[in-house]
Design a protein around this ligand. Structure first.
Ligand SMILES: [Zn+2]
Length: 150
């Protein structure tokens, strides 16, 4: 797995790497490239997984799946806890992130599950991806990795 973190994101890049890899726990990483990008907002984390490399994307030759996550360049705990449910899916679970780190983890896990769906020709269910993200959050919390200090 190849991970690109722009310098514009002003938090410890090792921490970002740990969170993103935790999001991919239990999901194949081979042939995956994940690009983080920064925006000026405070709360929005948005992910997208591509079943095929989009035209013009700068990826390594061996990359088969691209995941893009856009996040605040200076994330803060303002706006957390943050609660969400995948829009227009009545069976999607309600999820809550207590910190921006949990939100990033959940977005990474959701997109990681889409990669699994692409790889194995599974149905591209948003609800299943959200349930997977819920499990990733539970695992993350049970391992005591929550950081509340930033
Ligand atoms: Zn999705």
């Amino acid at each position: 797995m190849r991970l690109l973190i722009p310098d514009a994101i002003r938090v410890d890049h090792d921490e970002l790497t740990t969170l993103v890899l935790e999001g991919f726990h239990g999901v194949g990483k081979r042939g995956v490239e994940l690009h983080l990008s920064a925006h000026r907002g405070r709360v929005i984390f948005h992910g997208r997984a591509w079943p095929e490399i989009p035209p013009g994307a700068a990826v390594a030759p061996e990359t088969r799946y691209l995941v893009q996550i856009s996040m605040p360049k200076a994330p803060s705990q303002n706006g957390f806890p943050f609660e969400w449910r995948y829009p227009r899916r009545k069976t999607a679970p309600w999820l809550v992130a207590h910190t921006w780190q949990e939100r990033l983890l959940a977005v990474a896990a959701h997109e990681a599950y889409h990669v699994k769906q692409f790889r194995f020709g599974m149905r591209r269910s948003e609800v299943t991806a959200e349930r997977w993200a819920a499990k990733a959050l539970e695992r993350f919390r049970s391992r005591g990795l929550i950081q509340m200090d930033r």
